[in-house]
Design a protein around this ligand. Structure first.
Ligand code: RIB
Length: 310
C-alpha cells in the first residue's frame, strides 16, 4: 500500500576531505591551504540528511565500505532521522571519498573516488522494490551507477512513485530515464548538458525547460545560484528568487535545496512555498562549512523564514 508521505532517496555516500585555500591551484601549481576538515558528504547522503533533518519520513538506499568510515556514517545518518536499513555494507571495499577545494569566494571543485558507491547494482535496487513502490517519491542524483538509477526509476514509475532527479554531476542521460521523471532539478551547467542550451538568463532557462518538458518531465526547476531558481510547471514558467546571505562555503547547498524541497512537497505545500522553504534551507547551509555539518534542522528553517517575515 502507498504511504503518502514516504520518501526514498537513492544515492552516494562519501567522506569529504575539504581544504580551504585562497585560490584554486592552476595545473602544476601547489597552494598551501588554511583549513582542513573531514566531514560526511556525498550527494545522496546530503540530500537524505536534508530531508531527514527537515522532517521527512525517509529511507535511504546506498552502499558503504566495510571500513570504520562506513559504520560511522551509518550511525550519523540514523541520528539524522533516516531509516538506514536499505544501506548495504560492501565487503572488501572502501566508503566513497571526495577531495574538495574551497576558495576564498566559497566556491568549490570536487574530485571523487566512488568506492562502495559503484557497488549499488540493479540487483541491490531490485531488493528494495517494496520500499520504492510504497513511497510517494523517489529522489536520486548521478553519483550512483546509471543503470541502477534507471532500474529504480522503472520500479517507481510502475508503482506511481514520483521520480525526482537532481542530475548532478552533469552527464548526458538516456531518453528512457528522462521519460520516467516527474521532476528534474539541474543547475545551469547540468541543464546545458541535457539540452544544449547555455542558460544565462530567464529566457534561456525557459527554453531549456521546454526541451525537458518535451521529453515527458512535468516539473523543471533550474537552479541559478544567487538568482534563485527557474520553475517551469507544465510549461508555465517563473523565477523564484532565493535569499541573500554571506556564503562561506557552498558545498551541499544544492543538496540541501533538493532534500528540503521534496520534504515540503510531500507535506503538500504549494510549489512556490516549497521552493521558498528549500531556498531557506540552502541559504542557511551556505553560511556554514562542510556538507552534512552545514545542513539545517527543521526548526532552523522555520526560524529563518519567520525572520524573513513569512
Ligand atoms: O554536492 C556536494 C557533494 O558532492 C559533496 O558532499 C561530495 O561528497 C560530492 O559528492
Amino acid at each position: 500500500m502507498k504511504n503518502t508521505a514516504k520518501l526514498v532517496v537513492l544515492g552516494s555516500i562519501n567522506a569529504d576531505h575539504i581544504l580551504n585555500l585562497n585560490h584554486f591551484p592552476a595545473p602544476g601549481e601547489t597552494v598551501t591551504g588554511k583549513d582542513y576538515q573531514v566531514a560526511f558528504g556525498g550527494k545522496g547522503a546530503n540530500q537524505a540528511v536534508a530531508a531527514g533533518r527537515s522532517g521527512a519520513d525517509i529511507t535511504f538506499i546506498a552502499c558503504v565500505g566495510d571500513d570504520d568510515t562506513g559504520s560511522q556514517v551509518c550511525q550519523q545518518l540514523a541520528s539524522d532521522q533516516i531509516d538506514i536499513s536499505a544501506i548495504s555494507t560492501i565487503p572488501e571495499s572502501k566508503t566513497g571519498v571526495a577531495l574538495i577545494f574551497v576558495n576564498r569566494a566559497g566556491e568549490n571543485v570536487i574530485g571523487i573516488h566512488a568506492g562502495a558507491n559503484a557497488a549499488l547494482t540493479p540487483a541491490l535496487v531490485n531488493a528494495q522494490k517494496d520500499n520504492i513502490s510504497e513511497a510517494s517519491a523517489l529522489l536520486m542524483q548521478l553519483e550512483s551507477p546509471l543503470e541502477s538509477v534507471l532500474a529504480a526509476a522503472k520500479i517507481a514509475h510502475q508503482h506511481q512513485t514520483k521520480v525526482i532527479l537532481n542530475p548532478a554531476p552533469a552527464c548526458e542521460l538516456p531518453e528512457e530515464l528522462l521519460s520516467l521523471l516527474y521532476m528534474i532539478t539541474p543547475n545551469e551547467t547540468e541543464a546545458e548538458k541535457l539540452t544544449g542550451v547555455r542558460v544565462e538568463n530567464d529566457e534561456d532557462a525557459a527554453q531549456a525547460s521546454r526541451i525537458l518538458h518535451a521529453k515527458g518531465i512535468e516539473v523543471v526547476i533550474i537552479t541559478l545560484g544567487s538568482r534563485g531558481v527557474w520553475l517551469s510547471d507544465k510549461g508555465i514558467g517563473q523565477r523564484v528568487p532565493g535569499f541573500h546571505v554571506k556564503a562561506v562555503d557552498t558545498i551541499a547547498a544544492g543538496d540541501t535545496f533538493n532534500g528540503a524541497l521534496v520534504t515540503a512537497l510531500l507535506e503538500d505545500k504549494p510549489m512556490a512555498e516549497a521552493i521558498r522553504f528549500a531556498h531557506a534551507g540552502a541559504a542557511i547551509a551556505v553560511t556554514r562549512k562542510g556538507a552534512q555539518p552545514s545542513v539545517p534542522w527543521r526548526h532552523e528553517i522555520d526560524d529563518f523564514l519567520q525572520l524573513q517575515g513569512k
